[in-house]
Design a protein around this ligand. Structure first.
Ligand code: GNR
Ligand code: NI
Length: 170
C-alpha cells in the first residue's frame, strides 16, 4: 500500500469527468487500498479517485469516530434524494484550509458496487449524506468551491496558487 499525492485546486485534472469502473479486479482493489491509506493519512472523511488523478468512478469514505469503518463506493448512483435540503460547512483535501457552506440534499439513497463487486444500497443522512454528495461531485469534475460566489472562488484560487508557489520554494 502507498499513500498517493492529492491534486490541489485549481489543478485542471480536478475537472475531468470519471468513467465507470469496468471490472472490480486486482488493479481496482490495489487502488482502493492506496486510496484508503491516502484518506487516513490526510485525515479526510472521504476521497474520490479524481483527487488522486485516476478518472474512474470510485470513492472511499469513513465518517466514523474511530476511523475504522471504511466504505467503498464503485460506480455510485443516487437513486433518491430528499426534497429537504441543508446547508453545511464543507472542506476538501484538494482545497486545504478553505471551509464554506454548501446546500445539499439532507438525505440520499445510493446504489453502488462494494470492494467485492457486489451491488449495495446505502441510505445516508447527516455527515455521510454530505460526504457522498461531495465525493460524487468530484467524479463529475466538480469541486465544492464551484458552488461559492465568483468573488469567493477567485480569492480561493489566488490563495491556492500563492500557497503552491511558497511550497515550491521551500
Ligand atoms: O475530509 C473532508 N471533510 C469534509 C467535511 C465536510 C464536507 C465534506 C468533506 S469531504 C473532505 C475530504 C475530501 O476532500 N473529499 O473529497
Ligand atoms: Ni473533496
Amino acid at each position: 500500500m502507498a499513500a498517493l499525492p492529492i491534486l490541489r485546486y485549481p489543478d485542471p485534472r480536478l475537472y475531468k469527468v470519471a468513467k465507470p469502473v469496468q471490472a472490480v479486479d486486482a488493479r481496482i482493489r490495489a487502488l482502493i487500498a492506496d486510496m484508503l491509506e491516502t484518506m487516513y493519512e490526510a485525515e479526510g472523511i472521504g476521497l474520490a479517485a479524481t483527487q488522486v488523478d485516476v478518472h474512474e468512478r470510485l470513492i472511499v469514505i469513513d465518517v466514523s469516530e474511530l476511523r475504522n469503518e471504511p466504505l467503498v463506493l464503485i460506480n455510485p448512483e443516487i437513486v433518491w434524494a430528499s426534497e429537504e435540503r441543508k446547508v453545511g460547512d464543507e472542506g476538501c483535501l484538494s482545497v486545504p484550509g478553505v471551509y464554506d457552506g454548501v446546500e445539499r440534499a439532507a438525505a440520499v439513497r445510493v446504489r453502488a458496487l462494494d470492494a467485492q463487486g457486489e451491488s449495495r444500497v446505502i441510505d445516508a443522512e447527516g455527515l455521510l449524506a454530505v460526504c457522498v454528495q461531495h465525493e460524487m461531485d468530484h467524479l463529475l469534475g466538480k469541486v465544492f468551491v464551484d458552488y461559492l460566489s465568483p468573488l469567493k472562488r477567485s480569492r480561493i484560487r489566488t490563495k491556492m496558487i500563492k500557497a503552491q508557489r511558497e511550497a515550491e520554494k521551500a
